[in-house]
Design a protein around this ligand. Structure first.
Ligand code: CUA
Length: 201
């Protein structure tokens, strides 16, 4: 006896092809409209939210970048922390920071309320620049010099934590940014620091 087999080419009997209920149409429309709102938020947040920096990006040879960073560190060195130079550039200067497995070079000492052009790049693999305890994050990519206009708004002794897995020593990759106030004090109190419109307040 021939048994009728469902092939998938013919629709099975049921009710699923009936026109959608009005409520279903309304909910699909609501979901679609919300998708469009979220989609529009992406570019809007770039310009209005102050979350994405409009930094200057240029291609750079990692060796040349590191050589530039070492020269910068020697030029403005004011101290030393376990072999890593503490560097205090004058306000307005170009500041160079290099990520390398597994450290940040050098230690930056900046003045509160003064603007700097902070260059960040990697000498080897991808790293992540995360300024603790603030919510500031940047990808640190070799062959790209990412320059950010920064104005430290709170004195303190901050830590840079690598937030991109870069190898066996990733968790030990911690750097320092010291921000001194107009009296030259680096108050080890970061509680007043805030992230707001256009960057760190
Ligand atoms: Cu560098 Cu993780």
């Amino acid at each position: 006896m021939l048994t009728k087999v469902h092939t998938g080419l013919e629709p099975v009997q049921g009710v699923w092809w009936k026109p959608a209920h009005k409520a279903e149409k309304v909910w699909v429309a609501v979901a679609f409209a919300w998708c469009m709102v979220l989609f529009a938020m992406m570019p809007l947040w770039h310009w209005k939210g102050g979350q994405n920096p409009s930094g200057v990006r240029t291609r750079v040879d990692p060796k040349a970048y590191f050589a530039r960073t070492v020269a910068f560190a020697q030029q403005y060195k004011v101290g030393d922390d376990r072999g890593v130079p503490i560097v205090q550039p004058p306000p307005g200067a170009d500041v160079y920071l290099a990520g390398l497995t597994y450290s940040w070079y050098p230690i930056l000492q900046l003045e509160q309320g003064k603007e700097y052009m902070l260059h960040i790049s990697s000498v080897d693999v991808n790293h992540g620049f995360s300024l603790y305890p603030l919510n500031v994050n940047f990808a640190v990519v070799p062959t790209f010099d990412y320059a950010l206009r920064v104005t430290p708004t709170a004195a303190g002794d901050f830590r840079i934590i690598c937030n991109e897995f870069c190898g066996i020593g990733h968790h030990t990759m911690v750097g320092r940014v010291i921000v001194v106030d107009s009296a030259g004090r680096s108050v080890a109190d970061n509680t007043g620091a805030r992230v707001g419109q256009g960057g760190v307040r």
